[in-house]
Design a protein around this ligand. Structure first.
Ligand SMILES: Nc1nc2c(ncn2[C@@H]2O[C@H](COP(=O)(O)OP(=O)(O)O)[C@@H](O)[C@H]2O)c(=O)[nH]1
Ligand SMILES: [Mg+2]
Length: 711
């Protein structure tokens, strides 16, 4: 393969709803570029892009696939992405390195949930957009309705570059208003017959041509002037304006195809290599310290790994985009996070399973390498240690659902931990944590499907049977008033005995509080608990009733109880302990005795101090289509949500609420069914709050029952 220079490269992400035909379109683009000599299909399970076992089983993309095509002396890097919201992480990573988002829209369905979901990411990342209206051969294909929906949803920047003459069954002809020609495609692809536009379509063609010329002119002041002077633009000026308009997001042109019949794909590629921005014609990527990368081939290499995958018979494969410098085969680089060396022994242009060795990768290009030691998704590879050139990282969304996970066979637990770690480094939206507090391994991700696919992979690829169950809730315990308790630990067994007596007063801690005045505080330890909140340990001992050397033992006893709270065994927080008196025995007092006395006195005092259970509250943002607002509000109220605000965003309402984590169970499934998949949400830990009395009662009873079971 020839070495493609920066201005000969187009990086596109194929995005859009599920089943809009992204994978089929990618297949046709590879075929048209001669990268494959036979078109496979998703239905026949032989497409280049959906080749992994899980995808063949589901007949849908789960991962993104990096592909390329060569066309008219240029290289088009194509990242085919999955359409489900659950795999949005893959879409976000693809958009990070793409210079244009090609949005596939199903001509029979118009704007779908997936279209809207992806649109949000595309807009957030300010990526140029081109629409491809696909499946025009479908009997229910409706160009006018789709265009209406696209304009309503995404604005008047959506501008047709083509319109179909005979959408529906038998579709084979479009009018192209950039060329002002009619294209009639053979039944199954191949060279189109290009003719003048027949009289009956001339008016519509002219109208659309004017619209696109005007839009192109608007991208540039000089062009605008030319346009006003001459009333039109030359082909050259139009091409220039289109390029600029797309790159600056002042227009989103629309193309018409049937990917399945390979009709219109070649013409779309012709347009793509001509008018889509090259990597150096869009907003520049920056380093973490805000410096723009120049895509300069002479500079020291900087490449971002945006995707890591494990391939059968090959092992790990790392996909990267070069932002600076030239990468050559066998180059030695450094992982900018760990400083460890990485040799890129081989460089590949990849098209799914097909790989072609290449010698050089220029700035702006996308390529792959294998067998890196410890560099995974979101790592920058660069050339020298002290270069401050980390590419600003891909920002993945927070997890939306969590499940506790356990190996069916306990002997597999350790292996499972290893597998989960590996999976996370490949898919940063799949998180796992061994929670000491909950005594569970918690797996979290973007949705039920996401976790189920993870389960499938663990069971099929790693041969570990696993089970999901409800995660425990990390409750906290605290007190609401002060209380005193005295505890004497005394034991006489044979020779030496144990004796320790502790008197303590405890009270709720809050920021900025003053010391109590009943017992003068003589010494103070402030402990920030690992799980949040504080323990203030005050010594108020007078006259040596307890030796100073026993105080650490008392504190230790209290800490033990803070770690396993008296109410439900959850962590306790925000308590002031004042030890104000006690007794010692000249022979029998020792550390153990005071630890036990301290622990038990604390437990007693805690029970009398208006103890309360606190629960984690999350900030939840829900996006709901306007007409489903009522249903979702009702559901939220059933989850003890407090509505903090509402905002409208297009046809959507954004609800901001505070919801207890304990009530978020299955919210993703419920929201999806209430809104036919259109609703979306995100959640983030906010604070701890007291649980209502009835909930506390339930939790206390549950804990008691659990304790009895264990006894
Ligand atoms: N009739 C028709 N079907 C299509 C076309 N493109 C894709 N399909 C079918 O739509 C389904 C989904 O296609 P796929 O490429 O997997 O969509 P993706 O989920 O967006 O990748 C498959 O059954 C395809 O054969 C098209 O242009 N016309
Ligand atoms: Mg697909």
């Amino acid at each position: 393969m020839k070495v493609y220079q920066t201005n000969e490269i187009k990086n596109i992400a194929l995005v859009g709803g599920t089943k809009s035909g992204k994978t089929t379109l990618a297949e046709a683009m590879l075929f048209e570029g001669g990268v494959i000599n036979r078109r496979g299909s998703v239905d026949d399970k032989n497409s280049v892009s959906d080749y992994r076992e899980i995808e063949l089983e589901r007949q849908a993309s789960v991962f993104s696939t990096v592909l390329y095509s060569e066309f008219a002396g240029k290289k088009i890097n194509i990242i085919d992405t999955p359409g489900f919201d659950d795999f949005i992480g893959e879409v976000i990573a693809a958009l990070k390195v793409a210079d244009t988002a090609v949005m596939a829209v199903n001509a029979q369905n118009g704007v779908e949930v997936g279209t809207e979901i992806v649109w949000r990411q595309v807009s957030r990342l300010e990526k140029p957009v081109v629409f491809v209206l696909n499946q025009l051969d479908h009997e229910k294909a409706n160009f006018e309705e789709c265009l209406r929906q696209l304009k309503t949803q995404f604005g008047d920047k959506v501008i047709p570059a083509q319109f179909p003459v005979n959408a529906g069954m038998g579709f084979d002809t479009v009018v192209d208003v950039l060329e002002m020609k009619m294209y009639k495609f053979p039944k199954d692809g191949g060279k189109p017959e290009i003719t003048d536009i027949p009289a009956e379509h001339q008016a519509q063609a002219e109208e659309l041509q004017n619209a696109i010329i005007e839009a192109a002119a608007e991208s540039d002041e000089a062009l605008m002037e030319t346009f006003f002077e001459n009333g039109t633009l030359t082909a050259e000026e139009l091409a220039q304006g289109l390029g600029k308009g797309i790159a600056t997001r002042t227009m989103f042109p629309l193309f018409c195809v049937s990917a399945k019949n390979n009709q219109g794909v070649n013409r779309f590629m012709e347009f793509a290599v001509q008018s889509l921005p090259a990597p150096n014609e869009v907003i520049r990527e920056t380093s973490t310290d805000g410096k723009e990368f120049e895509l300069n081939a002479e500079k020291q290499p900087v490449a971002l790994i945006f995707k890591t995958a494990v391939e059968q018979h090959l092992g790990e494969i790392s996909y990267f985009k070069v932002y600076e410098g030239t990468l050559t085969e066998a180059i030695d680089l450094i992982n900018s996070k760990t400083d460890s060396k990485e040799r890129l022994s081989q460089l590949f242009a990849v098209a799914g399973k097909n790989r072609q060795k290449i010698e050089k990768v220029m700035p702006g290009d996308i390529a792959a390498t294998i067998k890196l030691k410890d560099s995974r998704t979101n790592t920058t590879l660069t050339s020298s240690k002290n270069q401050d050139v980390q590419v600003s990282p891909i920002v993945f969304p927070d997890p939306k659902i969590r499940q506790a996970v356990k190996a069916k066979n306990t002997a597999d637990e350790e292996k499972l931990a290893g597998v989960l770690k590996e999976m996370n480094s490949i898919d940063p939206t799949l998180l796992y944590e061994h929670s000491k507090e909950l005594k569970q391994v918690i797996l979290s991700g973007q949705g039920e499907l996401h976790l189920n696919v993870a389960k499938w992979m663990i069971e099929n690829n790693n041969k570990i049977g696993i089970e999901f169950f409800s995660p425990r809730i990390p409750y906290r315990e605290t007190i609401t008033k002060s209380a005193k308790a005295t505890y004497r630990h005394k034991k006489q067994s044979g020779g030496s005995g144990q004796f320790g007596e502790v008197h303590m007063m405890i009270e709720p801690y809050y920021e900025g509080m003053a010391n109590q005045t009943e017992f003068p505080v003589r010494g103070q330890d402030v402990h920030e608990m690992d799980w949040g909140g504080k323990l203030i340990f005050n010594s108020c001992i007078v006259g040596g009733s307890i030796d100073a050397r026993f105080m650490p033992a008392i504190l230790k006893g209290i800490m033990e109880k803070m770690e396993e709270g008296p109410l439900t065994g959850s962590y306790a927080r925000d308590i002031v302990v004042n030890v104000y008196d006690g007794k010692m025995h000249p022979v029998d007092s020792n550390e153990i005795s005071f630890k036990l006395a301290g622990r038990n006195a604390f437990r007693e005092a805690f029970k009398n101090a208006g103890p309360k259970i606190l629960e984690p509250i999350y900030d939840v943002d829900v996006m709901v289509p306007e007409d489903k607002m009522g249903d979702v509000m009702t559901d939220l109220q059933g989850r003890r949500a407090i509505i903090m605000g509402m905002d409208s965003e297009g046809n959507y309402q954004k609800i901001k609420a505070k919801v207890p984590l304990a009530e978020m169970n299955k919210f993703s499934t419920t929201l999806s069914s209430l809104t036919s998949g259109r609703g979306m949400y995100g959640m983030r830990f906010a604070e701890y709050q007291q649980v209502p009395a009835d909930v506390q009662d339930k939790l206390l009873k549950a804990y008691e029952a659990e304790q009895e079971e264990e006894d």
